[in-house]
Design a protein. Sequence first.
Length: 352
Amino acid sequence: MGRDAGDARGSPALSPRRHDARSDEDDVRVRPSRRGSRPRTRTRPSHADAVPGLVVAVDRGRMTVRVEGPDGRPVEVTAMRARELGRHGVVVGDRVRLVGDATGRPDTLARIVVIEERTTSLRRTADDTDPTERVVVANADQLVIVTAVADPDPALGFLDRCVVAAYAGGLEPLLCLTKTDLASPQPLLDRYAGLDVDAVPMSREAPLDPLLDRLDGRMSVLVGQSGVGKSTLVNRLVPDADRATGEVTKVGKGRHTSSSAVLLDLPGGGSVIDTPGIRSFGLAHVTAEDVVAAFDDVAEAAVDCPPGCGHTAEDPDCVLDAWADAGPTARRERLESLRRLLDAVGQLGPGY
Ligand SMILES: Nc1nc2c(ncn2[C@@H]2O[C@H](COP(=O)(O)OP(=O)(O)OP(=O)(O)O)[C@@H](O)[C@H]2O)c(=O)[nH]1
Ligand SMILES: [Zn+2]
């Protein structure tokens, strides 16, 4: 077959091979459009025929992108970012478009030319003062915060930070309270009840069903500190994922050792994104407003707060106290829980 079926139908000749002086190697060859009907511009090829895919792993600039193969089954393609994306990073969960060789055959490399708009972005900064935020995972529905009820004791500050990061990124938080064979999950359940954070107690002996019910058909990110039993959980959820458990050394753990996140499909539908590299959540990018916005009732009341209100008990003109007093006692509990979150992450927002 000729290089472009479209030529036969009389569409304009394709642009010259070297279409852009700044092109990197992959850009030099302009791929003929499969449909052949769309002429390319010199500086920026049209990507209307680029192949849609889902980023399932990122490892040192190389992305693994899942696309639909010729037989309708998913194929994993190795890809890199096109230079034209500028500084836009690609993360696990991103929906992208690929040009180049998207067959997934060995030693092929495709190019990501489009990152679709994200529905959610789980973000973090290196610490609370660093303004450079990094997106950790895109488009996930929920953040599953894995914490042991004992051994190790729950790191409450870390939990609060994860809850805040979830709300700020547009994800629903879900607490997965592991090792319930060692202690009661009740204190942790109580701690977040006022905010209606969903929670599921779990131990390695207990059936997975209550958790699977919540993961079904959704894209969920799993975070947790070392030793909480996250790998044990992932191995049960995705038996062929082969995540190493209980090892002291991080060397040689799992297949995607150096990745910060890897998407794994659940056998019954939905997926989980494991984040082995993420042990902390800097929240320099989060404002008190971002947190409040996650609670419709509180956000509605807070519109009467002065601009820049931090909504803490120390903010003199915060209207949320009056709002709590005017309602049932549950409102006060909700406000206290919310303020504990704001306190725990501290220094939220400019001027607060
Ligand atoms: N008692 C009890 N121990 C568990 C449970 N789940 C996991 N463990 C143990 O807790 C330890 C840590 O489990 P992992 O699954 O490796 O924990 P992790 O969160 O992946 O931690 P890293 O390996 O450091 O990333 C192991 O010794 C497990 O056997 C549980 O439900 N109950
Ligand atoms: Zn306020």
